[in-house]
Design a protein around this ligand. Structure first.
Ligand code: BMP
Length: 277
């Protein structure tokens, strides 16, 4: 089972270049921490990224919330990604017909496929959402991969039961491009039939809804600790936003750095407790 293997071993075996790059980076930096940089001003966005960069394997963005976005933002983001060795995940949550998501991924002002190593998609439209994204991402010369949202962290989410199982089945049909899931637990083997070759299945599980102090927010978000998420539930990457960046206003760089270090150690310790068991 992949979750008992080291990130390093999994990096060597994985067939998708973006998944390989992420696992390699996690091993090299001893970090399974992704920071979600949910701020509206470009200056704060880069101040946070430069502060947390040494402690993360991945920076998660919502570029559509930046008020003063301009094309140079993504050029600078890519430069920082190379300089500090982290991957970029645009949390775009595509959820439309194949033709539309292909355009949303490649075009518009953000041209996401030019700079994001990883994006995500809701499985709700069925396999066409994957076909659409793959028509762009699989043609790229760069490392590209997609995560399906198999579960959400919010109270009352509809992503349960057969919806989640069917999401895993959809991913299994496109393992060269679907590198894993946004989810709250491991998904390998779920919904598999006897004819599925699941022995070498290695889906990365990236889990949002992680916090060491708060249990939730006023809008339905629910938090669990890195130990619950990584050791008990077998997730690979912890995604942390406000636990590290605070409210996103009046950013205190020293505090952001302290929290990033704290979550990096907690996430790594939770991983070590899992693989050495
Ligand atoms: P925070 O740690 O501040 O609650 O932020 C969580 C981040 O993860 C947000 O950017 C949100 O869009 C994202 N997210 C989530 O919280 N739950 C999900 O199920 C899926 C997400 O993408």
């Amino acid at each position: 089972a992949p979750h008992l293997q080291s990130y390093k071993d999994r990096a060597e075996k994985h067939t998708n270049p973006a998944a390989r790059a992420l696992l390699r980076c996690m091993d090299a930096k001893k970090s399974n921490l992704a920071v979600s940089v949910d701020v509206t001003r470009t200056k704060d966005f880069f101040d946070i990224i430069e502060t947390v960069a040494p402690y993360v394997c991945l920076i998660k963005t919502h570029v559509d919330i930046l008020e003063d976005w301009e094309p140079s933002v993504t050029a600078k983001l890519q430069e920082l990604s190379r300089m500090h060795d982290f991957l970029i995940f645009e949390d775009r949550k595509f959820a439309d017909i194949g033709n539309t998501v292909a355009l949303q991924y490649s075009s518009g002002i953000h041209k996401i496929s030019d700079w994001a190593h990883i994006v995500n998609a809701h499985p709700v439209p069925g396999p066409s959402v994957i076909t659409g994204l793959a028509s762009v991402g699989m043609k790229s010369k760069e490392e590209r991969g997609v995560l399906l949202l198999a579960e959400m962290s919010t109270k009352g989410a509809l992503t349960t039961g057969s919806y989640t199982t069917d999401a895993v089945r959809m991913a299994r049909q496109h393992r060269e491009f679907i590198i894993g899931f946004i989810a709250q637990r491991r998904m390998e083997g779920i919904g598999a039939s006897a004819t599925d070759n699941i022995a070498d299945e290695d889906f990365l599980i990236l889990a949002p809804g992680v916090g060491l102090d708060a249990k939730g927010d006023a809008m339905g978000q629910q938090y669990r600790t890195p130990a619950e998420v990584v050791t008990e539930c077998g997730c690979d990457v912890i995604i942390v936003g406000r636990g590290i960046i605070g409210t996103g206003r009046n950013i205190d760089a020293e505090e952001v750095k302290r929290q990033a270090q704290r979550y990096q150690s907690a996430g790594w310790e939770a991983y070590e407790n899992r693989v050495t068991k």
